[in-house]
Every structure is written in C-alpha cells, then in structure tokens.
Design a protein. Structure first.
Length: 243
C-alpha cells in the first residue's frame, strides 16, 4: 500500500475518536484498504479484517511489534517481539462466506463473525449475552435427527466444537500467545488485539504530529497544511532549530 502522510494519520485519528473498538478497527482497515466499501469491510470475517490491520501496521510503523504483558502471579513486566509480516502470512486464503460442520449428530451451517457483528453486540449488558447473540447470528441452520434446532438450544458440547472450528477457519481472529514468566515460572496465555494495539500507536503518532505543528506554527507562523506537507526528515530539522 502507498505510504501515508501526516495528514492521513491525523484524519484517521480524528475519525476514530470516541468510536467503539470494533468500529474504530474498521476506520483503520478502511485506510489500509481504500478500494473496499465500508459495507464490504464490515462484512469481512474478523481475521480477514485483522490481516488488513497488520498490513497497515507494517506500512505505518514497520513489521516488528513490541508487546508488554504483566505476569498474573508476580506482576513482573514482560516484553516480547512479534512480526506483523509473519502473523499476516499465517492467515488463510479468502474464506467462504458459509461453512458446515457435523458434530454429535447435529448438522450445522454457519458463517464466521464479522466486524459488523462485533459492533452490534458490543452494547449488550454481559459477555454471555454478547456470546449468545453472536451464536444466534452466525448459526444459519442447525438440524438433528428430529428436525431444526435453534441456536439457543444447542448442547454446550456442540457450541464448543463450533467455536473451535470457527477459530480454525479464521486463525487471525484470535492472536493467542503462550507466555512463561522468567521470574516465578508461571505460564499462561495472552491475546493481542491488533485493532487496539494499532490504534494506540496511531493516537501516539497523531499527538506527536500535533505537537510538532504547534511548535513550528508558533515559531515560524506556518500553516498546519504546510507543516504536514513537509517530509518527516525536513520537519525534524526545523524542530531541532526551533527549540
């Protein structure tokens, strides 16, 4: 994808302010994939959207990502590095919109959750309610030997098998990492939400750009558009002379 200017970063940051995380992730994905409509992006499986976010992250900040986690037992702060390019390469080819599964005599026809689904359930009062609504949306048909079965009446074992299959279909939707604390030996797993991670970086970059504009405008009287139109290197030279 083409390199983004300072104006692009600030516009993306401004548009994402105050939005729910799932919608904010779509704002980022729309920048990384400008030829897709909003409706197309919202209908992508979550892992496909996150593949676009990993690609955008490479374009903005490079492939190497430093991640920090705190040990749940001893509170030791851990640091490890991930490679956005390798994570993206682990994603599948474009997925079919619908899939099927046979488990414990139940025939399921289902689709994968999308960003639109996540945005719609984000306002529900509990995780359990959101999970139930996602199941209702994504199970297109369920039948056993007696006939149709509603998503809400599926046995827990069938739901668990369906969730496992969804994860296998769309591995980028849940970036999970096994961790071990070098201080106390505790082991656990953690999740990386690339939407939240990238948004934090974009917000930090936007604040830096605004501060640079503030300093140079105050020192030289230049307009914001002129300052942002400079290359980062030229802007840095002026900043060094201005302070």
């Amino acid at each position: 994808m083409a390199a983004l200017s300072g104006r692009d970063v600030l516009a993306m940051w401004e548009e994402g302010q105050g939005l729910p995380p799932a919608v904010r992730a779509l704002v980022l994905a729309s920048v990384g994939s400008p030829k897709r409509t909003w409706e197309e992006l919202a209908g992508l499986a979550v892992g496909q959207r996150d593949g676009l976010l990993l690609e955008l992250r490479e374009a903005l900040f490079g492939s190497s990502m430093t991640v920090y986690e705190e040990c749940p037992r001893c509170r030791q702060r851990l640091e490890f590095t991930l490679d956005a390019r390798l994570l993206r390469a682990a994603g599948p080819e474009p997925l079919p919109r619908e899939n099927t599964l046979l488990v414990q005599g139940v025939h399921l026809r289902y689709r994968l959750p999308s960003s639109a689904d996540l945005a719609d359930v984000s306002g529900l009062p509990s995780v359990a309610a959101a999970r139930a609504e996602l199941l209702r949306r994504c199970v297109l048909e369920a039948r056993n030997g007696q006939g149709p079965v509603s998503a809400g009446n599926l046995p827990a074992e069938v739901v668990a098998a369906l969730e496992d299959q969804m994860e296998a279909n769309d591995p980028l939707a849940e970036l999970r990492f096994d961790l071990s604390c070098p201080q106390c030996g505790h082991t656990w797993w953690a999740l990386l939400d690339i939407g939240d991670y990238l948004w934090a970086e974009v917000a930090a970059q936007a604040r830096r750009l605004l501060y640079e504009v503030h300093l140079l405008a105050r020192r030289y009287g230049w307009r914001e558009a002129d300052i942002l139109g400079m290359s980062g290197r030229r802007r840095q030279y002026y900043l060094e002379m201005a302070v």
